[in-house]
Design a protein around this ligand. Structure first.
Ligand SMILES: Cc1cc2nc3c(=O)[nH]c(=O)nc-3n(C[C@H](O)[C@H](O)[C@H](O)COP(=O)(O)OP(=O)(O)OC[C@H]3O[C@@H](n4cnc5c(N)ncnc54)[C@H](O)[C@@H]3O)c2cc1C
Ligand SMILES: NC(=O)c1ccc[n+]([C@@H]2O[C@H](COP(=O)([O-])OP(=O)(O)OC[C@H]3O[C@@H](n4cnc5c(N)ncnc54)[C@H](O)[C@@H]3O)[C@@H](O)[C@H]2O)c1
Length: 463
């Protein structure tokens, strides 16, 4: 950039168009502001092209295979022949239109926003420099800069890994076929969802998790359920160990583990967390800590004077629904329209393994760490009437975490068939602080999975 690069005044610059940024840009444009959205890759962000949507298409397909395999126990015979081609085709043609964001760009433009394709960085209050394919542009935001940079895969500095054709979620989503074998480094949400998907398509899968358990953000009981199902499906899991060195030769990875053992596979998936490069985003130019892992925001998503931040980078849960929730509040604040404040007491999430694991609010351990007087109630979903009827694939549980002093739920977990849907009522209870006494007086339809909430409430009384 030269000093002659003209400054383009606008009302709002949105850097990064993940689900929240895209939504914020469109809302602000529809409100009549001159909005420029700056996007380095694809408008819509990780979720539609490499995250939620394509991976849930994979999960849907893998679940269909698993259900078909259960036919033998309850309904006769089904010959199951997994084929990755329809999965790859749906992802390419239906989910991502060949990783093309034309429709999203048109949506933004029809709302009145403008797109500048390139990488943006803050260069001072209201000032954004964008590196585009044609050079640099300098934008000056009169009203607001909204940061929605999202995350990139965090690839650990393991000896020998760099330069090998390892997968992150992005390459896994683009896979043209299921590999013969796959090592998954990291047993969190991404690792577990994708491990089970590929295993159900016939891939020999080994998960390496440095921590003590899978899906460690969830209750230990949920981790146990996932681990038991993985074992039953032949998915190898090694916890408490990590990769010391990786080598790749002739289409084959060898992962050398801390414990002296090694794992060999055709593919290696790195799912060890996510990162945001705040230094590259230029946050120091507006007084923010560029070495921090996340951007600190207040309850109106304000990060600095004239700067708002939303999405994964704020550290309030790396989920699409959080990004969009924050977008709504930030937009209202920018427009001076209402006074809604962000409240993260009842953030739900669902990990789409089978059993599905849904959770809202605090885990038991987090509630105890917060100094609450905690009572818990747990019930086995398989032992419920609906679980009994369901038969194969009925493993699951409901766990409630009550603030006993106030008699309200502060957290809950539903794991098992349709757990993400059961979670809705538990999310409402935590969000609205419905007294547990009132939850006991509700009528729960028979024989549903959610009716097991009644048994979990009864267990709460006995605890
Ligand atoms: C495999 C996988 C599965 C997931 N499944 C789910 C799920 O089932 N449910 C769920 O709720 N969440 C899921 N998530 C998380 C979800 O994708 C994110 O929480 C969601 O995309 C919101 O992220 P965001 O709005 O912060 O931004 P992102 O979606 O990460 O998008 C940020 C955008 O900003 C752009 N950008 C970054 N820096 C710059 C810059 N300097 N200049 C210009 N552009 C920039 C990037 O190119 C990107 O397009 C999943 C994630 C992954 C990886
Ligand atoms: N269904 C969903 O909502 C969904 C699905 C996928 C991802 N996501 C979001 O994306 C985020 C990122 O997912 P993720 O799975 O990459 O991260 P994660 O933080 O959920 O899990 C990463 C795991 O990798 C382990 N790990 C880290 N370094 C390691 C190493 N060197 N060797 C072995 N294990 C190592 C960690 O202990 C952790 O368990 C999630 O936290 C979630 O917010 C959501």
């Amino acid at each position: 950039m030269t000093t002659e690069t003209p400054v383009e005044p606008v009302d709002v610059v949105v850097i990064g168009t993940g689900p929240g940024g895209e939504d914020a840009a469109a809302r602000l444009a529809r409100a009549g502001l001159d909005v420029v959205a700056v996007e380095a890759r694809l408008v819509g962000g990780e979720c539609p092209y490499y995250g939620c949507i394509p991976t849930k298409m994979m999960v849907r397909a893998a679940d269909a295979l698993a259900e078909a395999r259960r036919v033998a126990t309850i309904a006769g015979r089904a010959d199951v022949h997994p084929d990755w081609e329809p999965v790859a085709r749906r992802i390419r043609d239906e989910a991502t239109t060949g990783w093309d964001d034309t429709a999203a760009v048109e949506r933004l433009e029809s709302a009145g926003g403008r797109l500048v394709r390139g990488r943006g960085r803050l260069a001072g209050p209201g000032e954004v420099v964008v590196t585009t394919a044609d050079g640099e542009r300098r934008l000056q935001a009169r009203r607001a800069v909204v940061l929605n940079p999202g995350t990139e895969p965090l690839v650990p500095p393991i000896d020998g890994l760099a330069g090998t054709p390892y997968w992150t979620n992005r390459e896994a989503v683009e896979a043209a076929e299921a590999p013969a074998s796959l090592t998954v480094l990291g047993g969190g949400a991404i690792g577990c969802e994708l491990a089970q998907v590929f295993a159900r398509f016939g891939t020999a899968v080994e998960v390496i998790e440095a921590g003590e358990r899978l899906v460690a953000a969830d209750e230990p009981e949920a981790s146990d359920l996932v681990a038991a199902r993985f074992a039953a499906e032949g998915i190898g899991v090694r916890t408490g160990t990590s990769a010391r060195r990786v080598s790749y030769d002739d289409g084959s990875f060898v992962v050398h583990l801390d414990d002296g053992t090694q794992v060999t596979s055709e593919r290696l998936l790195i799912s060890t967390g996510r990162r945001t490069d705040l230094a590259a985003l230029g946050v120091a130019s507006v007084g923010l800590d560029e070495h921090a892992r996340t951007i600190t925001v207040d309850d109106r998503l304000r990060a600095a004077d004239g700067v708002w931040a939303i999405g994964d980078a704020t550290g309030h849960g790396a989920f699409t629904h959080v990004s969009m929730y924050q977008a709504r509040i930030a937009v209202a604040d920018i427009l001076g329209d209402g006074d809604e404040r962000a409240d993260y007491r009842a953030v739900p999430h669902v990990t789409f393994t089978d059993p599905e694991v849904g959770a809202v609010g605090l885990t038991e351990a987090a509630a105890r760490d917060a100094g609450l007087t905690v009572r818990t109630g747990v019930t086995d979903l398989a032992a419920s009437s609906r679980g009994f009827v369901h038969g194969p694939g009925n493993e699951g549980l409901i766990k409630l975490v009550e603030d006993a002093d106030r008699g309200v739920l502060v957290g809950a977990t539903a794991a098992g068939p349709a757990a993400g849907e059961i979670l809705a009522v538990l999310t409402l209870a935590v969000h609205a602080q419905v007294p547990t006494a009132q939850l006991r007086r509700m009528i729960y339809a028979y024989p549903t999975f959610h009716r097991a909430i009644e048994s979990a409430l009864a267990d709460l009384d006995e605890g």
